[in-house]
Every structure is written in C-alpha cells, then in structure tokens.
Design a protein around this ligand. Sequence first.
Ligand SMILES: [Zn+2]
Length: 116
Amino acid sequence: MGHNGPKPDKWPVEAWRRCAPTVWDMKAQEWQVKARCELCGLRLRVDLNAVIKKKGRGFSLWNVRARCRNAVPEPFGCLGAMVFESRPPGASRVFRLACEEAGEVPPRMRKSPNWF
Ligand SMILES: [Zn+2]
C-alpha cells in the first residue's frame, strides 16, 4: 500500500488480514479485538496477551469460532459460537475476523475452543 493507495477505511477485509495474520501482529499493532456470541449476544474483550501465552505467537483469530463462555442457561451454559471482530487501528468500522481466500476451508468450529 503506497501513499497513493486507498485509505484504510477502503481496504477490503483481505488487506486487514494481510496486515495482521496472527495474534502477535495484532498485539504489535494494538488491535482491539472482541468476541461476540452469535446466539446470546455476549460480548467479551479479547486479551491478546492471554491468547499469545496460551496458543503461541503464530495463532490466528481469523476464521475461528469458539464455544461461548456464557454460563447461562444452566446446566450447560450457552451452546452458541463466538466470532471475533475488531476495528483495526485507522479503520472507522468494525470488521468480523472472517476472510475466505481461494482454496481455504470455510470458518468452522474448532475442536479446541480454549482461546482465552
Ligand atoms: Zn452465547
């Protein structure tokens, strides 16, 4: 992206993904990431430091769904899936961290949802 390139607001989500493919990149660029449950609407701020500590620097939150952390309703808690979203630095709108590139498998529930 040169000086004459489009402003960050005009960037497609693919460009944002190339900017910050991993949680380490997001931390370095000070992305504020949130998780949102598609079922109950619970929203949580994602602690990138905690994610890095648990999953490693190369972990990616792109195209990830995680089990909702809401303990309600009992006894199993919310069975919904959380998706991740962020308003990257320089952008004026929130992007869902989902970006299907050619040949890539679509977003799906991961077997290990312990991203936090
Ligand atoms: Zn939920």
